[in-house]
Unconditional design. Sequence first.
Length: 250
Amino acid sequence: MARKKIIAGNWKMNMTPSQAVALVNTLKPLVVNEDVDVVFCVPAIDIIPAMEAAKGTNIQIGAENMYFEEKGAYTGEISPAMLTDVGVKYVIIGHSERREYFAETDATVNKKVLKAFEHGITPIICCGETLTQREQGITIDFVRQQIKIAFLGVTAQQAATAVIAYEPIWAIGTGKVATTEQAEEVCKAIRDCICEIYDEATAETIRIQYGGSVSVSSAPELFAQPDIDGGLVGGASLKPDFGAIVNYNK
Ligand code: PGA
């Protein structure tokens, strides 16, 4: 069975709640494509107003982060139950910016992934190498390690529902998109890794996105690759461009 594409916007630290409502209203007529699951991952404070604005559309609102404890003395954090209480079904876990600026590690990513599954939230699990690692020729080894740790203790049944976002760090926000061959090579290696950890069926079901300077012009070729099931889109998700990216196949 063909995997349904999933194209997610990652708004990062952009858009106040009122701007979020305006952006959802602008984008909602543009992101209609029944071949694609469309997710807007937005800042926590924007989740509720964005959901209100997206009511009755095909847009699902996701979160950009979540903590791995249930509740308690963790000032500033958002719990899984806070997300599910308002109907959030997707959460980005382990984005490279969280790893770089907020000290997230493969181990904390794993804890968050397990917690998301426990609460029925689909994690969009990010991985990807630095430019130095690519130049050293260790991209695939490095990404395989990130994936193996992220999925420790995750069952095959859970893993099949996960989303992985392969985002080479050197391509994020730089306008320097990976070539189609580079993106497909790593996404295929990730699928092979999932097959090794679990089995063929899980590997064939899990969805793997490419992220890093996805644009209207690069999306069609990237998303046509056999192992690329959509994208995680930063900058271009804040613009009407996102409508054309979601409709890459039209
Ligand atoms: P970008 O961001 O599309 O702006 O490169 C992608 C991401 O960080 O998810």
